[in-house]
Design a protein around this ligand. Structure first.
Ligand code: SF4
Ligand code: SF4
Length: 182
């Protein structure tokens, strides 16, 4: 009978054999982007419930990964992007706030600070996990079935890749999270 420890060691070995978790994470984000792009070009400009509002799904880890990969947010000036992400995460976790699912239905009319000239300022392959994994209602209504199936599969894989990234961070496997271009 395989013990929990043996199973965990096997998982760690498998992950190490799988290489750099950030590389896989970025690859999946690029694939997801390719599905999103034609949809967002057509539907976002006229969307009545825009999703890039505060509090966003950005977390401090999303910012740290992007900055660690050499990205910067010049439009924010002296404001630390980690502070913004922490504030958004705090608001979304606040037990006195409305339920997270309901937050999506409420427009606070304040755009996410990471948007600039109508575009997210994170690189396409380093978009925050929560933003990239969010399948909005207009997508459910208007995206072709084949694209939606592909998107859901990619989002599931992205979740696994994000978990692997978190485990690598937690295990101190810094050498696995090379920040060189994917
Ligand atoms: S909710 Fe969907 S359609 Fe609306 S702006 Fe966001 S991604 Fe675009
Ligand atoms: S981080 Fe980018 S994708 Fe996410 S809400 Fe802000 S502008 Fe939109």
């Amino acid at each position: 009978m395989e013990t929990d420890l043996a199973r965990r060691e096997k998982l760690v070995k498998k992950r190490r054999a799988g290489g750099n978790p950030l590389r896989e994470y970025r690859r999946l984000l690029r694939e997801i982007r390719a599905v999103y792009d034609p949809f967002t070009a057509k539907h976002c400009p006229t969307c009545e419930t825009p999703c890039c509002i505060r509090p966003s799904r950005v977390t401090p880890l999303d910012v740290i990964i992007a900055v660690g990969c050499g990205h910067s947010f010049p439009h924010l000036g002296a404001i630390d992007p980690v502070d913004i992400a922490a504030e958004h995460a705090e608001q979304r976790l606040d037990p006195s706030a409305v339920k997270l699912t309901v937050v999506d239905e409420l427009s606070h009319d304040l755009p996410c600070e990471f948007i600039e000239r109508g575009r997210c300022t994170f690189p396409d392959d380093l978009r925050p996990h929560g933003c990239a994994a969010y399948i909005c209602n207009p997508m459910h209504r208007h995206m072709p079935d084949a694209d939606m199936r592909k998107l859901k599969r990619l989002v599931r894989l992205l979740g696994d890749a994000h978990d692997a990234l978190l485990r690598a961070v937690g295990d101190g496997q810094g050498s696995e999270i090379e920040t060189a271009p994917a």
